[in-house]
Design a protein. Sequence first.
Length: 351
Amino acid sequence: MRKSHPVRRAVLAGAATVSGIVLLLSLKPASDPGSAQAAGQAPPAAAGQAPQGGVNGAVTGDAAQTQYGAVQVRLTMSNGKITQAEAVQAPKGGRSDQITAGSVPRLNQAAVAAQSAEIDAVSGATYTSAGYKKSLQSALDKAKASAGAQQGSGGAQTLTGDVAQTQYGPVQVRVTVAGGKVTKAEAVQAPKGGRSDQITASSVPRLNQAAVAAGTADIDAVSGATYTSAGYKKSLQSALDKAPAQSGSSQAAGSGGGQATTRTLTGKAAQTQYGPVQVRVTVAGGKITKAEAVQAPKGGRSDQITSSSVPRLNQAAVAAGTAQIDAVSGATYTSAGYKQSLQSALDQAGG
């Protein structure tokens, strides 16, 4: 038998060693957290992971009017992530009760799952779904603006005002605020159809310019567009109310030299059987220092009920510091609307 050559034996031994090393490496556990990076791939992100430093607390969207009633969404957020969604207003009465009961829970779940307003409409609840998505988007806009405010006063914020109903249709204003100044204003809703198209086209650009120039809602109405101008100014004011107070607007809180930031916050208009109720509060040092109803039922018997109940509700709001106040006897609907609008104002303050 031929004897193996020494060099050949060395080559074969080396090859066996290399094969063994390769085999051992191939048995490395797949769960190794560094394996994805080693292969040039990023590790998968955790599902639903939220950005750090986001908004915490409740954020209530604007009420979206639909053919069958208003829809309004409130979000609970933690570090910028939606942890809960609920409809604080939804169509009701008759067939609407069944549709609301079947669709709203599914929309709530979809909002939490998607973490955005890009959710599918629920079959058989087209109008409710559309209103839900619109209000959800406005809540997310407010959360985004709040997050921007937390990053410093120099950051730009987008603030969407409440919808102002006019004789010819709704008006809603969105503003961009940077460094405490209005840098852009636009009407995201305005009267349309027939003569309204022409009036809107000529008046809204002028109102937008006036809002930027003035930096406030104290702007002149456009001649020939009285209703649109009034609605624009009302929605613009509600958008500006949502902007965090600048440090320069802080007021001294006593001779000790401490400072307490004062903010004016306007709640969403709450629709009642006898008319809308809308509350504006002044908050300083985390406490309500003033409450007033900027809208309340009026006309006929409502005038008497409003004049007797609203001052008592204002006092109760200041005393309680929350929306957990007692209804005024004989003014059940006004009291309920007041409390709902008051709560939405406090939501904007993060309280």
